[in-house]
Design a protein around this ligand. Structure first.
Ligand SMILES: [Ca+2]
Ligand SMILES: [Ca+2]
Ligand SMILES: [Ca+2]
Ligand SMILES: [Cu+2]
Length: 226
């Protein structure tokens, strides 16, 4: 059987340039892709906005007013209210709203309409205000892909509204052999280890076998990035 040494791996990896994969990507004004599960700490600005703060490998976003959150099915997101009043609820796309990213407005003051749009069971999709610790913990499934809204359950607080979009997960990132969320030269050593162990991660060309052909496939996948 062919075998590669870590020294050879280091030599080859030194010639490669990696691409980091962020957890939070700002897609536009008030629009954020958050592709790994995080905890959103949610304050508020009067009766105008919920203010979102979260931290991940990309850094910290602080007090973002009513962002549109693009979230990935299969990840677990936690929503915690950190200030008083203003129960935070997550609704489906039957909630009547107008506006766009960062400036959505609920267009109904009918509590029955809000409740009918709130995801079920309502108690699980309501984050009560502090000082409780009544977080929403949501792991949307692939079947949940679509558009949602969050809003304040207090009927007159129309401006405390924003959007959540659930998207399908990306294809697995093949060249990220060590599965640390980044494509770096360290993945070459990891690929060599997988090759020598005949581990599933060795297969970079999708033919379900681990062979020397997967070396050039790994290089191509690495250069393509994720
Ligand atoms: Ca607002
Ligand atoms: Ca990696
Ligand atoms: Ca293969
Ligand atoms: Cu409110």
């Amino acid at each position: 059987m062919h075998s590669l040494t870590p020294a050879a791996a280091t030599l080859i990896a030194a010639t490669l340039v990696g691409t980091a994969v962020a957890d939070t990507t700002q897609l536009g004004p008030s629009r954020y892709l958050v592709d790994e599960g995080v905890t959103f700490s949610i304050g508020n600005n009067g009766i105008s906005d919920f203010l979102f703060t979260w931290t991940d490998d990309s850094g910290t976003i602080t007090d973002e007013p009513d962002p549109t959150l693009v979230l990935v099915a299969g990840q677990t997101y936690t929503f915690v209210r950190t200030t008083g009043f203003h129960p935070f609820v997550i609704c489906d796309n039957t909630l009547p709203v107008s506006g766009t990213d960062g400036s959505f407005m609920r267009t109904t003051s009918d509590g029955a309409v809000i409740d009918a749009a709130t995801l079920q069971p309502i108690a699980n999709f309501t984050a009560d205000p502090a000082p409780t610790t009544d977080a929403i913990v949501w792991t949307p499934a692939v079947g949940d892909v679509g558009v949602y809204y969050f809003t304040c359950r207090i009927t007159g607080h129309l401006g405390m509204t924003g959007s959540i979009e659930i998207i399908e997960p990306d294809e697995p990132c093949l060249p990220d052999v060590n599965n640390d969320g980044m494509v770096t030269p360290a993945d070459f050593s990891a690929w060599v280890a997988a090759f020598n162990a005949q581990a599933p991660e060795c297969d970079q060309n999708g033919d379900s076998t681990c062979s020397p052909a997967d070396f050039s496939a790994w290089v191509a996948n690495f250069n393509a990035g994720c």
